[in-house]
Design a protein. Structure first.
Length: 279
């Protein structure tokens, strides 16, 4: 496999839930629970996929926490990924933008895209619990087209941008894509997982074993309640603060955001919120 399937999203939008569904589908025989199975779908923006830079430009390898440096190696890293690890599905929170003429990814490197969208009013609540920062702070980050992240022990810079720009940047990628709302996926997991299975099998031509027992096991074992139970028992190594699987609900914002906060977000993202029927 010389091209990547991206599972892309803005942070705290359900990417992890989606990865559990897809990794259980492709990398398990029976769909039974195993937290480690998600490691088959890793984040792309980590140092191991950019370690080749050390041999090309040692100075640059020490400055991959700068966008003008890391962007030079995005596509090259995507050429070399299969030499590093025999995996072809990757998670990313990066926007698919261009920096100094360098694209994050393109049609030559991408087999397909699965993008998950979540109501930004719920994102700011989830992000606040995840990072221990205020809701107002995270609302302002949603609006900032220059916002970035640092991954891989703060060694790799990730371009994030605004919530609406992030969605648009991936929507414009001319590859086969499946775009789903987090709210639809959690409220009717079976229906939308079947659609996703159809997309992966027919559009992306990925082969895997599936029967009704495996399908039902996946649905049961990736339910939010089950994931919470397993995190309580064995922990989850992607958590930053508190619990990773905290609520998993939609429309939390109705009881938590102030009217001013709600209006502020609706005004800023009116067109995109309308497009996805959030308003």
């Amino acid at each position: 496999m010389d091209k990547i399937i991206w599972i892309a999203s803005y942070p705290k939008s359900g990417n992890t839930f989606l990865r559990f569904l897809i990794s259980s589908l492709i990398y398990s025989d029976d769909g039974n629970f195993d937290f480690d199975i998600i490691k088959n779908i890793r984040q792309f923006d980590i140092y191991k996929y950019f370690s080749f830079v050390e041999n090309l430009n040692y100075a640059d390898s020490k400055n991959l926490d700068k966008l003008d440096i890391i962007s030079k190696y995005w596509l090259e890293a995507q050429k070399k990924f299969f030499n590093v690890e025999k995996k072809f599905i990757f998670k990313t929170h990066s926007a698919n933008l261009k920096v100094n003429g360098y694209n994050y990814t393109d049609e030559n490197r991408t087999l397909g895209l699965i993008y998950i969208v979540r109501d930004p009013r719920d994102i700011v609540i989830s992000y606040s619990h995840h990072t221990g920062t205020s809701i107002d702070y995270n609302i302002n980050k949603l609006f900032d087209n220059k916002v970035t992240l640092l991954n891989s022990k703060r060694r790799i810079k990730v371009i994030l941008s605004r919530w609406d720009t992030h969605i648009k940047s991936w929507s414009l990628l001319n590859v086969k894509k499946y775009i789903i709302k987090y709210e639809d996926l959690i409220n009717n997991t079976e229906k939308h997982f079947l659609e996703l299975i159809d997309f992966i099998r027919k559009d992306l031509k990925i082969q895997f074993k599936l029967n009704s027992k495996k399908f039902n096991n996946i649905i049961t074992n990736t339910s939010f309640k089950k994931l919470q139970e397993n995190e309580n028992i064995i922990g989850f190594d992607e958590v930053y603060k508190g619990k990773f699987f905290r609520k998993g609900l939609s429309k939390q914002w109705e009881n938590i955001l102030s009217e001013d906060q709600n209006i502020k977000i609706k005004k800023e993202f009116y067109i995109t919120l309308k497009k996805f029927n959030y308003i």
